[in-house]
Design a protein around this ligand. Structure first.
Ligand SMILES: [Ca+2]
Ligand SMILES: [Ca+2]
Ligand SMILES: [Ca+2]
Length: 369
């Protein structure tokens, strides 16, 4: 017998001799040990799905996600929570040091945030597909991300979220913000090498052969046109397009050689655009040079929740004090609340009312009375 076979044999004999109770205790110890090692970032908080499902829809994607602290607590956040979104066919582990590409030095983005003073409560890892599995049509995935954004806001009692996305995940984020008009919920977005203007690597032929995402990301696709027209960066803080308290900072980090036929595909008009053309697709995400750029943009001090300014107790403060509750005397009106179509009242606090159109959400501004 080899040494390994002998070891397996010995462990089997010990397990067979154990009674059920001993085995349960053994499993419990092992479970606690693993939980300790992977606490904070290898799964969502234990009570997260239970709590948020009381008020929001919880899509299947939530089971792939991670982040936040072990349990909900009353610690008030210093920073707006950052939702990190990986690229197509990737897991959230990309943000924990996997797939570093040609980055040199520390490549664990999550750890860098912790070292910069972020709390686990402020760091969320969104995943929309299992590893090595092609993402579905991006438009179909926007619903899941929307619910995750609402859930993180409510769970953390924050007034805004921030997004740090990579590759195709950037397009998913921008499509979600635009489709559901979530501009008032977002403080800063950092988009790393996302094909906003398409690329020849995504072709309609590939789409027909089982990669539906290629139809979304082909140059000139209707889907991309919908996202970038007429304005690539609405409510842009840099361009002073403030509208009340809605104001977003857009940042892109990219390499203009990675999409040779469309070099500026990942940059956005009106964003702070950084071309780091010595880094490859993965290096752009996790190199020290990239984090030196995005960390300061994501580090603004958050407006803290104060129960005094949440008169209806729905978990969101009124807008006058920097909150996002658009009606602080009605607990059925808050970000993500069920929207009643065509009543000219904004129930979900996106400044819009819903027009029912078959197969498509259509948001229209509330008209003044
Ligand atoms: Ca409120
Ligand atoms: Ca309310
Ligand atoms: Ca309405």
């Amino acid at each position: 017998m080899t040494q390994t076979t002998r070891l397996v044999f010995a462990v089997s004999v010990i397990l067979l001799k154990m009674n059920k109770i001993t085995i349960s205790i053994f499993s419990l110890i092992l479970h606690c040990f693993c939980k300790q090692i992977f606490a904070d970032y290898n799964k969502l908080p234990l009570n997260f799905i239970d709590l948020v499902s009381e008020i929001y829809k919880v899509p299947a994607e939530f089971n792939l996600c991670a982040g936040g602290a072990e349990t909900r607590n009353d610690k008030l956040l210093n920073h707006y929570p950052v939702i990190m979104i990986a690229g197509n066919k990737r897991s959230f582990k990309d943000w924990l040091g996997e797939n570093p590409g040609n980055a040199e030095g520390e490549t664990n983005v999550y750890k860098k945030f912790i070292e910069a003073g972020f709390m686990p409560e402020e760091l969320w890892l969104y995943q929309y597909t299992t590893e090595d599995k092609e993402m579905r049509n991006i438009e179909e995935l926007t619903d899941g991300l929307k619910w995750f954004i609402y859930s993180v806001l409510w769970y953390t009692k924050s007034n805004r979220i921030q997004i740090l996305a990579h590759g195709e995940g950037t397009v998913l984020a921008q499509a979600t913000i635009k489709k559901y008009h979530l501009y008032n919920l977002v403080h800063t977005v950092v988009y790393i090498n996302g094909p906003f203007h398409g690329s020849s690597r995504y072709t309609y032929t590939k789409a027909l052969m089982g990669s539906p995402v290629c139809a979304n990301l082909a140059i000139g696709s209707d889907f991309l046109q919908d996202i970038i027209l007429p304005d690539e960066t609405p409510y842009n803080a840099l361009e002073n397009e403030n509208n009340g308290n809605v104001s977003i900072k857009y940042v892109t980090i990219y390499n203009d050689t990675l999409f040779p036929n469309n070099p500026d595909s990942p940059s956005l008009a009106g964003a702070y655009n950084y071309n780091l053309n010595w880094l490859n697709q993965d290096g752009l995400r996790c190199s020290p040079e990239s984090s030196a750029i995005f960390m300061p943009f994501l580090s603004d001090r958050a407006v803290k929740y104060d129960i005094l300014y949440d008169k209806d107790g729905d978990g969101f403060m009124c807008a006058k004090y920097g909150g996002i509750d658009c009606n602080d005397s009605d607990p059925s009106i808050f970000p993500g609340a069920p929207e009643i179509p065509e009543d000219n009242i904004d129930q979900n606090c996106n400044n819009m009312d819903l027009l029912s159109m078959p197969g498509k959400d259509c948001w229209v501004p509330i008209t003044g009375n």
